[in-house]
Write a protein of this length. Structure first.
Lengths: 113, 571
């Protein structure tokens, strides 16, 4: 009889301790979750602000102003656009297609196909 | 149990009553034990269920993801490619508890040193008012917030507020509109989508493409400067589904700096302004005459002399003084010819036709700034004639573009929209003219650009078709000869129309390059050409080389034309 009582008591203590530990662990996890949620919200807000800033910095007229200042490019004319490589005219300084020693160009690459 | 006097399992040996009692007690214990067993089993099962078996419950998802946006914030507005056009950012707003501010004068003076745009006197008065809550300045920058904190004035505090910002600045400002300080939309899309953006928090994608918008705005701004115009408006419309890819009204404004904007610049000329469009209206005269069958492309009208009707004289800008065929009327933009064509159709049928293409009632576009057309009443013969060449009726540029898009889009007109349509969405339009009429109109459009008044819009490779328009603005009861409204309506590629570009300049003045002309063909057509050349590659319209078969398909067979004998008017 007494043995039974002791073993039940031991079981109860083990269960109680286990429950206590698990509870603490859950609490820790919950704290971490809350902290992470907080951080996610902050990060989202930061991303939000950065997106606005990105949009602001990529205003088309600002980009074209910068491109005008720093790049040697201008909008393409209709004659400079082709929808397939076959429609490209051969480059003016294209080497003869059979000259294998030359650096490959579009023309030589095409010829090699 | 029955009590201590009769202990459980009495040693004296069970007999009679005692035995009965013991049996009863056992049964009771058994029943109680069974009940506890069931309860413990249930708890065990539930524990196992919670601890061991993983499943996605709704509540876990809801708790695990904090809201995408802050509460109460308006959602973003983006263009069709997801470029941010309007968003809300958290800022600090400064308020004071006037009961706690010890020295209002001193505090206002200090505040003015870090917030240069506040009025010192007003702030001092507010802080001396004794009220518990007075605004000092809303939406401070982080730097200002820091500076105010550093002043250390008691009784001041910050309230977190959302401020609407428009990262693209003046670009598409009229379309977007703006909100009041409390975040309610009071114009443009901000107003018409208030429910969607504010309450439901859904990001709204507009049909606008910022790249196209920028090209259009730049071209119009340049044209406005070149020709010294007082204003300009323009739009780019997808003729197949009615999406407005760009819409500009100049001079513009910056919605981030509303208090610096001139009031008249807030006016959206493209949707709110109604104008007598002039010759671009001949599109509808020709389409209607061809569709009702009162005219064919081979028919000619007498344009030998001006038409006298009541006290009006209808004349041509560059009079040809001869009979003109329908293509010629369109090509040289003859008012006399258009008037004769219109009167042949008659007032009633003209009225019905214009109603069908949506020119007699406000446009169905989702913008609060939507001008109602000015329509003559009663609609007499003289009105029919003047409307034939675009005078005596005022419509918004958007209405004009929508109706013209319907005529070139195989005769099917769709409602214009400022919202992005879902890809693959089937758009149901209404048939306004027959396919045959549409094809004939496209040929006329091409003729204007290849040989007529719209040559300056001929963007090589993109098969532009269009119609010029020059209207004299009314001043009081008279038409002002030198205050013009010059426009060009272009469609490309005209063999399979995809996009319509409309440019309109308010009171342009000719310059040396245009030989002094300020008509649509000289001032608006080049802007449209420039726009088409820039936007076509963005919109996946490939330029084509010389294509004789397409040219032939768009050619109009005319009986006897005397080449060289024709002079092209620029009206």
């Amino acid at each position: 009889m007494i043995r039974h009582t002791i073993s039940w008591l031991a079981l109860a203590i083990v269960a109680g301790t286990g429950l206590f530990l698990v509870k603490h662990e859950v609490q820790d996890l919950e704290d971490r979750l809350a902290a992470l949620d907080d951080k996610i919200a902050k990060d989202r807000e930061t991303i939000h602000v950065l997106r606005a800033e990105w949009a602001y910095l990529t205003q088309p007229d600002r980009l074209s102003r910068l491109a005008g200042r720093h790049l040697n490019l201008k909008p393409p004319a209709a004659g400079q656009i082709a929808d397939s490589i076959d429609k490209l005219p051969p480059p003016k300084d294209a080497p003869p297609a059979d000259d294998g020693a030359q650096k490959p160009t579009f023309a030589t690459m095409k010829a090699a196909e | 149990m029955t009590g201590l006097s009769r202990p459980f399992a009495a040693p004296c040996g069970p007999t009679g009553v005692a035995r009965h009692t013991i049996d009863r007690a056992r049964t009771r214990i058994l029943v109680a034990g069974a009940a506890f067993l069931v309860a413990f089993l249930a708890i065990t099962a539930r524990l196992g269920d919670l601890a061991l078996i993983e499943r996605d419950t709704g509540s876990r998802i809801a708790r695990g993801t904090p809201g995408d946006t802050y509460t109460g914030a308006r959602a973003d507005i983006t263009d069709r490619n997801g470029v941010l056009l309007a968003t809300s950012l958290a800022t600090a707003s400064l308020f004071g508890d006037a009961r706690l501010v010890p020295n209002p004068e001193e505090a206002a003076k200090k505040l003015a040193t870090v917030l240069p745009d506040i009025d010192r006197k007003v702030i001092a008065e507010r802080l001396a008012s004794g009220r518990g809550f007075v605004w000092i300045k809303r939406n401070l920058t982080p730097r200002q917030e820091y500076a105010v904190n550093a002043l250390g004035i008691p009784g001041l505090d910050f309230k977190r507020e959302d401020r609407r910002v428009y990262p693209m600045g003046t670009l598409a400002a009229h379309v977007l509109g703006f909100t009041d300080l409390d975040g309610h939309g009071i114009s443009g899309v901000e107003m018409s989508l208030d429910n969607q953006v504010h309450k439901r928090g859904e990001t709204a994608a507009l049909s606008i493409d910022v790249r196209v918008q920028n090209v259009l705005t730049e071209a119009l701004r340049q044209a406005m400067a070149d020709f010294n115009a007082i204003g300009a408006a323009g739009l780019v419309l997808d003729v197949r589904n009615g999406e407005i890819l760009a819409m500009t009204s100049l001079p513009g404004f910056d919605p981030n700096r509303l208090n610096e904007a001139k009031k008249e610049n807030l006016f959206n000329r493209a949707t709110l302004g109604v104008y007598e469009m002039g010759s671009t209206f001949k599109i509808f005269t020709a389409a209607m005459a061809l569709d009702y069958g009162t005219a064919t492309l081979a028919k000619s009208y007498d344009a030998t002399k001006p038409i006298q009707i009541s006290r009006f004289t209808i004349n041509d800008y560059h009079a040809e003084r001869r009979w003109l065929s329908v293509p010629e009327i369109f090509e040289v933009s003859s008012n006399i010819g258009a008037a004769r064509m219109a009167i042949e159709v008659g007032p009633q049928r003209q009225h019905d036709f214009l109603a069908r293409v949506g020119l007699l009632k406000p446009s169905p576009v989702e913008l609060p700034e939507n001008g109602a057309p000015l329509v003559p009443n009663p609609w007499k013969d003289i009105n029919t004639m003047t409307i034939g060449f675009g005078h005596g009726i005022s419509v918004t540029p958007l209405q004009l573009a929508t109706a013209a898009a319907g005529i070139v889009n195989d005769g099917v007109m769709v409602s214009p929209t400022i919202l992005k349509r879902a890809p693959g969405e089937t758009v149901i339009g209404t048939r306004v003219v027959s396919q045959r009429t549409s094809l004939e109109m496209r040929k006329l459009f091409r003729l204007v650009v290849s040989d007529g008044t719209g040559k300056n819009a001929d963007a090589k490779g993109y098969l532009v078709g269009g119609k010029t328009g020059t209207a004299e603005k009314t001043e009081g009861r008279h038409y002002a000869r030198h205050a013009l409204l010059s426009s060009f309506l272009g469609v490309f590629p005209i063999n399979q129309p995809r996009y319509l570009v409309l440019a309109m300049l308010d009171e342009p003045h000719g310059n040396k390059k245009t030989h002094g002309y300020a008509t649509g063909g000289w001032v608006a057509a080049p802007a449209v050409k420039q726009v088409i050349e820039r936007i076509a590659p963005m919109l996946d319209v490939m330029p084509i080389g010389p294509a004789p078969e397409i040219d032939r398909a768009l050619k109009i067979e005319t009986a006897d034309k005397t080449p060289g004998g024709r002079k092209v008017a620029s009206n």
